[in-house]
Design a protein around this ligand. Structure first.
Ligand code: G1P
Length: 313
């Protein structure tokens, strides 16, 4: 056995490259959280509907899904989240209104949102944690691999993080989660991975085999400075792991704790994805996302850049 092979989770070799069973077609978007970090904006509206430049955050995430080849999005909602369903629904009277006034482009833009992908909804009845929210999607996902995208993490750019993870999953048959280096004093805000390099073509040094994970450790207890970014591609076995997971950090059922079980039983990759993420659930992160995405806007990005240069900072 070569070093490389010994660093490869067992089922990676068993599952092999893409076949119809490991094609990733579905994505789960947990959107049941109360958004307390963003009060008062989230008092009466879902955090997922807060607008970054000209779109609600959840639309960026849905667009990342579509750009990654996802065909069916499952949104896990809760109380007060109806505007998310309205946003992805068709809006015939609005479309008619726009068309009658000759605003064809706007009518088309509105229509595209409801046609871009199949969307299903399920509810998390109690706020028992991210793991519990993902488990609520079990029946809708069924017995196939799926992606998880956290709605308050935005990763704009031409190479979607979810697509990168899908490539890893479809070529190895083993789950993969996106990680990035985070400041050592911020480990208590993230799931942190303990991984060993497991380079293999075409993924190179970006691939690590996960030995263990820990949710929101204090800096002195963190096994590394690689934080989980909020993008996951997982086999359906994660549901059994979630069902066996007891409440952990914050007295919630943590996805990270179920991933520990999955990593031990089936293997799990950490993938240092290419791109930049913004934690738009945090006020400063939201502002950074807004400025940087506005600067890329083809319509007014250049004018916005000129404006920023005039500010006396
Ligand atoms: C969640 C996950 C955590 C991950 C983070 C990324 O935490 O539990 O492992 O690192 O998202 O944003 P939350 O930010 O929901 O508390």
């Amino acid at each position: 056995m070569t070093n490389n092979a010994s660093a490869t989770p067992n089922s990676a070799r068993a599952a092999g490259p893409t076949n119809s069973r490991n094609k990733v077609r579905k994505a789960v978007l947990p959107a049941a959280g109360l958004g307390t970090r963003f009060l008062p904006a989230t008092k009466a509206q879902p955090k997922e509907m807060l607008t970054v430049v000209d779109k609600p955050q959840i639309q960026y995430v849905a667009e990342e899904c579509v750009a990654s080849g996802i065909e069916h999005i499952i949104i896990v909602t809760g109380k007060g989240k109806n505007s998310i369903e309205d946003h992805f629904d068709s809006a015939p009277s609005l479309e008619r209104f726009l068309e009658e006034r000759g605003k064809k482009d706007q009518a088309e833009m509105v229509r595209k949102i409801s046609n871009m992908v199949q969307v299903s909804y399920t509810r998390q009845k109690e706020p028992l944690g991210l793991g519990h929210a993902v488990l609520a999607a079990r029946d809708l996902v069924g017995d196939e691999p799926f992606a998880v995208l956290l709605g308050d993490v935005l990763i704009p750019g031409p190479n979607p993080a979810t697509k990168q993870l899908i490539k890893v999953y479809e070529s190895t048959g083993v789950g993969a989660i996106a990680v990035e280096e985070i400041p050592k004093d911020k480990t208590n805000l993230y799931g942190i991975v303990d991984g060993e390099p497991a380079p293999q073509p075409p993924f190179g040094e970006r691939l690590l085999r996960i030995r263990d994970l820990v949710e929101k450790p204090k800096p002195e207890n963190a096994p590394s400075n690689l934080g989980i970014t909020g993008r996951y591609v997982l086999p359906p076995a994660i549901f059994d792991c979630l069902a066996r997971t007891k409440a952990g950090a914050g007295n919630e059922i943590q996805l990270t704790d179920a991933l520990r079980i999955l990593a031990k039983e089936q293997g799990l990759w950490a993938y240092i994805y290419e791109g930049i993420s913004y934690d738009a659930g945090d006020k400063l992160g939201f502002l950074k996302a807004t400025v940087e995405i506005a600067l890329q806007n083809p319509e007014f990005g250049a004018a916005f850049r000129s404006y920023l240069k005039t500010l006396k900072l």
